[in-house]
Design a protein around this ligand. Sequence first.
Ligand SMILES: [Ca+2]
Ligand SMILES: [Ca+2]
Ligand SMILES: [Ca+2]
Ligand SMILES: [Ca+2]
Length: 600
Amino acid sequence: MPRDRIYTRRIATEGDRPTRGHPPGRFARARRVAAIALALCVGVAAPAAAQQLSAGAAAKAPKADRDGDRVFDDLEQRLAPRARDERVDVIVTLESSASAARVKDLERRVGPLTVRNRFSVVDGFAARASKAQVAELAQRPGVVTVESDGRVRALNQSGSQAFGVTRARLDNSSLDGNRDGSPARYSARDMVAAVLDTGIDARHRDLDEGKVLAFANCAGGRCARRRAFDGNGHGTHVSATLAGEGDALPDRRNRGVAPAAALVGVKVLGADGTAAERNVIAGVGWVVANRRRYGIEAINMSLGGYGCSSGTDAMSRAANRAAAAGLVVVAAAGNAGPERCTINAPAAASGALAVGSMADPAHGGFLASWNSGRGQFGRRIKPDVMGPGTGVISARSGSRTGYVTKAGTSTASPFVAGVALLMRDANPGIPAATIRSRLKATAFDWGPAGPDIDFGWGRLNAYAALRSAGARRLASPPVPPDHRLFEGRFAARNEVRNFPLEVRNRCTPIAAGLVTVPWNGYNVSGDYDFDVRLFDPAGNEVEKGTGLSDERQDDISHLPGRLGTYRLEVSSYKGTGNFFADVSAGLSPSAGAPARCSAP
Ligand SMILES: [Ca+2]
Ligand SMILES: [Ca+2]
Ligand SMILES: [Ca+2]
Ligand SMILES: [Ca+2]
């Protein structure tokens, strides 16, 4: 292997990496410290909700009680520096209902608590309690856990066609979420999704005409009905991705996944995109209590707490309760990646479908490097599936016809929730658990064979999911880009592996995502640094990977200029270990080709 050549050329290219396809500021690699600083700068440019992702994830204790003393690690961490009488917001879960009498009885034992709310959807309550009271509460019979009432935030970052929805609706135009006889009218008899978010701007053309059947404001932890509004814009974008009519434009090209479905807005996040966890628990409770009244079939939560969760916390239990009540619960996996164990509640709940994000294969098809995931508690695998989460165009709040492009698992989650609604539209009797399992079983397997901690069960295949749910007339599945997985191991630095790619159509980008395993966190110490480059049939280098600040992943996207054998080169710039590379490309004449592409 020509190690010396590679090494020499590497030095020449340091700090000069292309940034295409990624959020801004992701080109640093020569100086690891600078790279971390840049990650924080990305947060400043993003909405407030996303700012703390990079900064807070590493230090945050998980939502889990690893030592079994009934006090969650996140609360232990929060209480550690505090005095005995200092009070913090907590959530207490109980073996049975948090009746007023039961809470009063606890107060008689541990002293007065400032009770914020008693929950209906889980047995428990939110309160302010001192460090000493937390210790006493954990000893009381009937108390299951005491955890921090932490913050949740909208999971922002900033292609129906590629994920099979467009083709499914071409084959069966009745797959739109309408079930009450008129696509122009909205009612509880239509497919209905509840969107727990910052609100919904129901004056946008894509969300007007009665689409928002009801709106509840749960700010402050108690839900009350009021007129729909969105002081942030996140919830509006999410809502229109799920069910936007698309009529803000004449050709309706930005319509949502289930454009004739109705929505119920549940405002749990403030205008700054954050809120206390108790708001979310209250919001889920409101949806469960009102599901029959408004015909709610699914819940979308493009939000999450900080730090990873074992799925046993109160928000996760609320999600599980909603799933047990028959609702399809879909939650964004989070954008806190690529650190280990970054999926937070409610996506961590076993009853929630945790959605990670990928670029639309037409735009490259790689795993979004900000995905949360990678090794949850025990043997559980999260995320569950990958949806489209880069360059997603959807309604802009505060405008009648405006659109805005966003990215992140926030945008992938409502897409999957929309597909879940269409599965119910095709088969109203299908249980929520079956929808979850079919969405997973029909996904295209990416990454290492079988479910894995990066891609979960794989890339959403909406067409196959709808067919498996019983949707009729789906007889012409779209041909996805060809997918190859290359795996290997480097025993020393500067080793090189080459993988040939016989490209047979020029309409499908060659996209490669190199992932280094075992995962080793931010490579600030330079433990691993593997690189990927692409050479055309003439041997010219046409692309080199856009490694991010984490260095665990290195991506390429290239529209081939010619047919023939391209060469993907993977090399170890630093460190040793295993790697895998997912490649998507047009290795057969028709694979993944957009309908309008006429190149051979
Ligand atoms: Ca503990
Ligand atoms: Ca209707
Ligand atoms: Ca409209
Ligand atoms: Ca896999």
